[in-house]
Design a protein around this ligand. Structure first.
Ligand code: PAF
Length: 283
């Protein structure tokens, strides 16, 4: 497994691979790898090609400096895991390699219904930061296929839209959320939970399942279902930002006969902001 830190070295290797007809499969990460990331990598390995994984803690997607400083960084462990997973190349750039002082031309992302709602409403600028880094990473890596998790569902939908809008020749693959035995979605931020909070945390997923059951039973009063779920989460000890039932394809409010539904939530538990979602298909 090669490890490179510069765009120039990465491009050189990619050009050699492309010349010999290899496809490039890409898994971008912010490191602190857990079984959720490894599921993305496992999926990536089923897509024939050279597998590149990036580790880059993107400062632009943190709204508070403490969050950025506190974000868990475990590069040595990550490299061991990626070597065992047989990744071909790891790209680990410094901040300046991606965002140089010379970047004077800013491409600003207009406010739009996809990035202003749900997490975008509670974390202003968050998706701008993600779109900026993913666009740069795509331009650097030029992957044929890129793999993202359903755990960050709004991010996934925004990236699919980005690829469509910019006419990027990249196939986006999505991988289901990986969970602990008690249902808690795997996330680097779970490490912020203390023992009591950790016991309570699976209640978030249990609440999504409860809302799903109501919808499957024919309840289409989405607003009431959302409000009731918010109230139950608050009573249980969470500080929910939102529980939202949306059209899973475009994140708009669903209508009575919407086929693919996403139930999404973000809720604080102590210092951790947990996000989760569940997808369902109505027949
Ligand atoms: O999902 C993540 O880990 C990050 O948002 C991503 C896509 C690597 C961009 O920094």
């Amino acid at each position: 497994m090669q490890t490179v830190t510069t765009v120039a070295a990465l491009r050189q290797q990619i050009s050699t691979w492309k010349t010999s007809g290899e496809k490039i499969v890409f898994v971008p990460t912010m490191g602190n790898l857990h079984a959720g990331h490894l599921a993305l990598i496992d999926h990536a390995k089923t897509c024939a090609g050279k597998l590149i994984c990036s580790i880059f803690v993107n400062a632009l997607q943190f709204d508070r400096e403490e969050d950025l400083q506190a974000y868990p960084r475990t590069p040595q462990q990550d490299l061991v895991a990626l070597r065992i997973a047989k990744v071909d190349l790891v790209f680990m750039p410094e901040h300046e390699e991606i965002y140089s002082e010379k970047n004077q031309i800013q491409i600003n992302i207009p406010k739009n219904p996809l990035n202003q709602q749900l997490c975008g409403k509670f974390r202003p600028g968050f998706f701008d930061g993600i779109v900026k880094v993913v666009t740069r990473l795509f331009n650097i890596v030029t992957p044929d296929i890129a793999v993202f998790g359903e755990k960050d569902y709004q991010q996934l939908i925004i990236i699919k839209q980005l690829v469509q809008d910019l006419k990027l020749p990249i196939q986006i693959e999505q991988v289901p959320t990986q969970r602990e035995g008690d249902g808690l979605a795997l996330s680097s931020r779970n490490s912020y939970l203390n023992a009591t909070e950790r016991k309570l945390a699976p209640q978030l997923y249990a609440e999504l399942i409860c809302v799903k059951k109501h919808i499957e039973d024919g309840n289409r009063d989405f607003g009431t279902l959302e409000n009731q779920a918010m109230k139950r989460l608050t009573k249980a000890g969470f500080r929910p930002d939102y529980v939202a039932i949306r059209n899973a394809v475009n994140l708009q409010s669903p209508s009575y006969d919407t086929e693919f539904i996403a139930i999404l939530t973000a809720a604080w538990l102590g210092k951790a902001r947990l996000i989760d979602n569940i997808l369902l298909q109505l027949v």
